[in-house]
Design a protein around this ligand. Structure first.
Ligand code: IPE
Ligand code: IPE
Ligand code: MG
Length: 250
């Protein structure tokens, strides 16, 4: 069994699908890109609130999915530019606040300048401990599981591992973010109720929260509402309610 014995109410890791930028812009008769720019402001607010108000340890943001390459080339190009400028402008400030930045996904597909910026941001902030901030970029949950399986297969090929020794735990160790607790709460804005190939393995026992708010409208109050909903839930991890209540009293 996976190690799912975390305290029922502790929110250590928050994962968010930031959806609805395009619709936010359209409602204002603006180009979709204006929505992405406004979305960046919501990212800033969310990070600030996670650090200052909520004391969350890990925040993982879906920034660009492996399927988002299917969008018009112009939008993809502008998103890359926005990501690059944001890294340039924000990393120093994040570093000063003790935030560790990581980018998970298939990074080889990105322009070399962007890859360099990512590597530099990760190296600069490597030892920070206030918040672990992960951007999932060209990320897909199926890709993550596949790359983990490939690493195990390589160990088998080298004779370092026998196939019968492959366990859930061994596979989990090869996934992105293996060193961090799994998400406790998953938020998706924008009204869609789907996972869109985000952290498939890691979300197995996460609490889900969907809101119709469009991502640029998300703020500290919206985050608080999601967390209030989370804190009312009973995370049973397969046990009965009576068992869980007994543990809480212990
Ligand atoms: C999410 O907003 C941002 C990215 C996927 C990069 P969308 O761009 O998907 O916004 P909608 O869903 O079209 O409103
Ligand atoms: C998911 O949003 C990816 C990100 C937020 C980066 P999409 O808007 O691309 O998801 P689908 O395609 O509507 O499911
Ligand atoms: Mg969308």
């Amino acid at each position: 069994m996976a190690d799912n014995n975390s305290n029922t109410k502790t929110l250590r890791h928050l994962a968010i699908i930031m959806d609805g930028n395009g619709r936010w812009a359209r409602k204002r008769f603006l180009p979709r890109f204006a929505g992405h720019r406004a979305g960046l402001e919501a990212v800033r607010k969310t990070i600030k609130s996670c650090v200052d108000d909520q004391k969350i340890e890990v925040l993982t943001l879906f920034t660009f999915s492996s399927e988002n390459w299917r969008r018009p080339a112009e939008e993809v190009g502008l998103l890359m530019k926005l990501f690059m400028t944001a890294l340039d402008n924000e990393v120093k400030k994040l570093h000063e606040r003790g935030v560790r930045v990581r980018v998970i996904g298939e990074l080889d597909a990105f322009p070399p300048e962007l890859q360099q910026r990512i590597a530099a941001a990760e190296a600069l902030t490597e030892n920070n401990t206030t918040l672990s901030l992960n951007f999932a970029a060209n990320y897909g949950g199926r890709w993550d599981i596949t790359q983990a399986a490939r690493k195990l297969a390589e160990q088998v090929e080298r004779g370092e591992l026998r196939s019968e020794e492959i366990t859930e735990q061994k596979l989990a160790q090869m996934l992105c973010l293996a060193d961090l607790p799994e998400p406790d709460l998953f938020i998706r804005t924008g009204g869609e109720q789907r996972v869109s190939n985000f952290l498939l393995w890691q979300l197995a026992y996460t609490e889900y929260y969907f809101t119709d708010l469009l991502w640029p409208d998300f703020n500290a109050d919206s985050l608080q509402q999601a967390i209030d909903s989370f804190s009312k839930r009973e995370r049973r991890f397969g046990r009965t309610s009576e068992q869980v209540k007994g543990e809480d009293d212990a």
